[in-house]
Design a protein. Structure first.
Length: 71
């Protein structure tokens, strides 16, 4: 795997963390307003983005280890 692909995984993970943070803020806003359905929707979306971020973090780490011969 090229370094470019590793960097791509890290950047994609960062993007998903940013999306997750936005959804968490929206969930908090809706929860404070008493709209628990919208809050739950945003919390669920935040969880999905956090899961995708973790996936890309793991892939970047795995490819980094392979690239450097650390199995």
């Amino acid at each position: 795997m090229s370094k470019d692909k590793i960097v791509e995984h890290h950047n994609t993970a960062a993007e998903h963390h940013e999306y997750a943070a936005k959804h968490h803020r929206e969930a908090a806003k809706h929860h404070e307003a008493g709209d628990h359905e919208k809050a739950a929707h945003h919390a669920h979306s935040a969880h999905g983005h956090a899961s995708h971020a973790e996936h890309h973090h793991v892939e970047a780490s795995r490819h980094h280890a392979e690239h450097h011969g650390e199995h």
